[in-house]
Each structure stands twice: as C-alpha cells, then as structure tokens.
Design a binder for this molecule. Structure first.
Ligand code: PMV
Length: 387
C-alpha cells in the first residue's frame, strides 16, 4: 500500500524581525505543498530509497548498512519523538557523505540527514521507497524544509498505532489533535537537524494549517474567518536570515528608543490584523472593507520593515510594480530578497492579476497565487492494504 502525506508551506503575514524583539507576529499556511509518498518494498531488495523528484536526485542505502550505522532501532517507538544525538548525527553524516551529492545541491545534505533520522527512528529498518515532490521553492522563506519534515513525519506515522487519523472527509484524511501533536514534534526534530535552532513556527503552521499568532516563543492558533488570496513573488534573490536578524539588532543598539517604537507599532499591526481575520463572517463589516484594512496594515508593516533595514532593491521593484495596479505588498520572512506578498482582493479582475504577473515575471521573478490559511498535514492511502 502506498501512503501519501502532504504538508503546506507558510508565509509571515506580519511581524517578522519585530518578533525577535518581543512583538507579535502572524503566520499562515499557503496551499502550496510538499508531498511525500511512502511505499514499503515487498520485493526483498532490502534497500531504503529516497527520490527527490524535482531535483532529479535518487539516493539509496542497503538496510544492513543503515542498521550497522544506526544500531538502536530494532524496535522503534513512533509515539516518542526523539532528538537526534550528536553521535547519531555523526553516523548519519557518514551515510550522507558517501552519496557524493553534487556541489550545487549540497544544501540538500541536511535534508537527507533529517530524512534518515526520521525514517529510522519512526519505522526502523523496513525497506521502502520514499518519493518527494514539492510546489515550494527552496530557501526562499516559504517553509519548504518544514513542509518536508511535516509531510515525511505525516507519511511515516500514518501506519503506526499512534496515528489517530480522522477519515470523515473523502480523499485526504486529517490527523486528530493527538496525531497532529505527534507529527509536529517529530517534524521539529527534523527541522533541528536542518536548521540547528528553529523557532518551531514553520513546522507548527505546516502541521496544523490555518494561522498562528506568536510572541516571545508562545504560539497560539488563530481561526481565520476571511478567505484570503495572495500573489507570492519570489525575487530569487538569496538571503542570509542570520545576517539580516543581526543587522536589525545592531540598528536597535544604535537607536534603542526609535527601534522600540518601530517594534511596538509592528506589535499593534499584528494584533489588529489577527483581530480582523478572526472577525466572524456575518459581522456588519464587509469582506471588501476588511481586505482594505489588511492592505493598509500590510503597507504599514512594509514601511516599518524598511525602517529596520531589511528591504532590498528587488523587493522595492515588486512593490513599485504592484502599486501601479493599486495593489498592496509587503516582504515576508527575513527580507533582503526572498518573497513578497501582494493581497489579491476578492473583487479584483483576473485580467489585472494576469497583467501584474506578466510584468513581474518579465523582471525575472517567479509568481505563485496561493490561498491562505488552509489545512495542515493530510494523508491519503492507495493500493492494497499490506498484510
Ligand atoms: O524567512 P523566514 O521564513 O526564515 O523568516 C524569518 C523570520 C525572522 O523573524 C526574520 C526571524 C525569526 O527567527 O523569527
């Protein structure tokens, strides 16, 4: 039987950078997914195979080699998420180093390590083929690594006793709360291998979907009552999140009072934005009015991100281009390149959307239209059940 799990990417609607200094931020899932297919092998080839379809890369390991390198998983315990120890990480690195990943794709090595950890710790030494496909661009702040860890954990846990799946919907099944919590914890362990010390926001949004408000390390789920559509423009300019975060901290040291006011203003924007999004749909205030308020808040947040010094010429080009069509935009994530969000109001004509996309693409940018705040991880089964 084949198990497939898909998990969404994320955007930060408001509050990036300021959140590092104690302000509120709001993140949301987007309906662009990473999908993992898991097929246990019945032909006794005793291999574990990983196919990264979009990269045209295939890796495989004899199960015996994995067992020799990571000897503790004869009886894996899927219901107890485990942190990968330094020794296990070293052992996994030796398996990954043997793969001779092409230099241009070496950034994938930590993702392959996360795969080996999650697979072995959850499923032990079962031969299988795991295939990964993704609609998310890598390393541009849309949470691609978290979507990978969440969809992988979702697929690996789906056939275990601890799964807790809810089949009430046709097609894709969702996890019940306890199952979601488990997927999220395993995914965080994968994210730690890839990122060192992740905040946990990306995997939380990808697991539970919808929207998350976060402040000082505290995450709370927000139920959106406003279906939103965004144009996401990937400037294709690579960014260094660590350096950008450090730059904002340095600016704060130089201008503590002014920057404190900037962070306070962002905090108010995030709170207002999440209140608007949660307003019940039947309230007097119309969808258009709410969209207009959100547009204004996005513009204000972008102005404050400029104050923090994290915009970039490529981001400014996107802002100028979308403004020509009276559309509001802000950067999302670390800035310095990466992705820009543009709200697409419900009543906006398709002709305008096509025009703005054509203009942005003519600048060399990549555009996606995404629904905001949809489901988190989902699972689907096909083929005969395994005995
Ligand atoms: O680009 P991303 O999705 O990694 O977002 C970075 C968000 C920051 O606020 C800049 C940093 C952080 O850790 O919150």
């Amino acid at each position: 039987m084949e198990v497939r799990a898909r998990a969404p990417g994320k955007i930060i609607l408001s509050g990036e950078h300021a959140v590092v200094h104690g302000a509120t931020a709001v993140a949301a899932s987007i309906n662009l997914h990473t999908t993992v297919s898991l097929l246990f092998s019945s032909d006794n080839d005793n291999m574990l195979q990983l196919n990264l379809k979009d990269m045209a890369l295939e890796f495989s390991w004899p199960i015996g080699r994995i067992k020799d390198t990571l000897p503790d998983f004869d009886a894996p315990s899927p219901s107890t998420p485990k942190c990968c120890s330094i020794e296990s990480l070293r052992a996994i690195a030796s398996l990954v180093n043997e793969l001779n990943i092409p230099e241009a794709k070496i950034a994938l090595a930590s993702g392959v390590s996360a795969f080996l950890w999650l697979y072995t710790a959850i499923q032990g030494y079962k031969p299988a083929t795991v295939t990964v496909t993704s609609e998310l661009p890598l390393g541009s702040g849309l949470g691609s690594s978290a979507a990978f860890c969440v969809s992988l954990s979702g697929a690996l846990l789906a056939l275990t006793a601890s799964a807790g799946l809810d089949y009430s919907n046709q097609g894709w099944a969702t996890y019940e709360e306890t199952g979601l919590d488990l997927v999220n914890k395993w995914a965080l362990e994968g994210e730690k291998i890839i990122h060192g010390k992740p905040s946990g926001i990306d995997n939380t949004v990808s697991t539970y979907g919808n929207m998350i408000k976060f402040r000082s390390g505290e995450l709370s789920r927000v139920k959106s009552n406003l279906p939103l559509r965004m144009l996401i423009t990937n400037t294709r300019v690579g960014r260094n999140t660590k350096a950008l975060v450090a730059g904002v901290s340095e600016r704060k040291l130089r201008h503590p009072d002014a920057m404190a006011s900037v962070f306070d203003a962002v905090d108010s924007i995030s709170k207002e934005l999440s209140a608007i999004i949660q307003t019940p749909a039947n309230d007097d205030i119309s969808v258009t009015e709410r969209e207009e308020k959100l547009e204004e808040l996005m513009e204000m947040n972008q102005g404050l991100l400029q104050c923090m010094g994290v915009s970039h010429a490529s981001i400014e080009t996107v802002l100028r281009t979308t403004l020509k069509y009276k559309l509001s935009s802000k950067l999302t994530g670390a800035g310095g390149g990466g992705c820009v969000l543009t709200l697409l109001p419900t009543l906006l004509s398709g002709i305008v959307v096509d025009k703005v996309i054509a203009e942005l693409e003519s600048c060399g940018f990549q555009c996606f239209i995404a629904g905001i705040g949809g489901n988190g991880v989902e699972v689907c089964f096909s083929g005969a059940p395994s005995s």
